[in-house]
Design a protein. Structure first.
Length: 159
């Protein structure tokens, strides 16, 4: 192999590496959380509600879809279809869908709402590693419940 060929191969390999590295970085997206404009949703006040008041609210689903795309999709997948990095949130309350007893179903949904709200507000860490950042102080109650309303609209197993 000539020196000229070896230089060309090294440059080509470097170009491929740099291109793939920058594409991978761009694919991850902007990791800075974005505030959500919740104009048009009823104000929920300062006290955090235990369950989602916006289920079935078209405006909340619309706002939640946008908010999910801006803040959640990079890990949980576009349209809430996970690519394996983080849980597929369309399946979040699948267990509740199998409950034939209405009281048990409502209790299950309330438990899932609590889990969702706690996770989004406080984030999740394991052994000191951040698996999900906390969004309290970035997303208000209205935005978080709007995202949950969007996820309910994307349920894998509708009720």
């Amino acid at each position: 192999m000539t020196d000229r060929t070896a230089r060309w191969l090294r440059r080509s390999a470097l170009a491929v590496f740099l291109a793939s590295s920058s594409l991978a970085a761009m694919a991850h997206g902007d990791v800075v959380p974005h505030a959500v404009d919740t104009t048009g949703l009823p104000d929920l006040g300062k006290e955090w509600l235990a369950t989602n008041p916006y289920i079935g609210d078209k405006k909340a689903i619309e706002i939640g879809s946008s908010a999910f795309g801006q803040n959640c999709a990079r890990c949980h997948g576009i349209d809430a279809i996970s690519g394996g990095i983080a849980p597929d949130l369309r399946k979040l309350d699948n267990e509740c869908a199998t409950q034939s007893n209405p009281r048990k179903r409502e209790a299950c949904l309330a438990e899932v709402d609590n889990y969702f709200l706690t996770t989004v507000r406080n984030g999740r860490t394991r052994n000191g590693a951040v698996y999900m950042p906390p969004f309290e102080g970035i997303l208000n109650q209205e935005a978080i419940w709007a995202i949950k309303s969007y996820l309910v609209s994307r349920r894998e197993k509708p009720f």
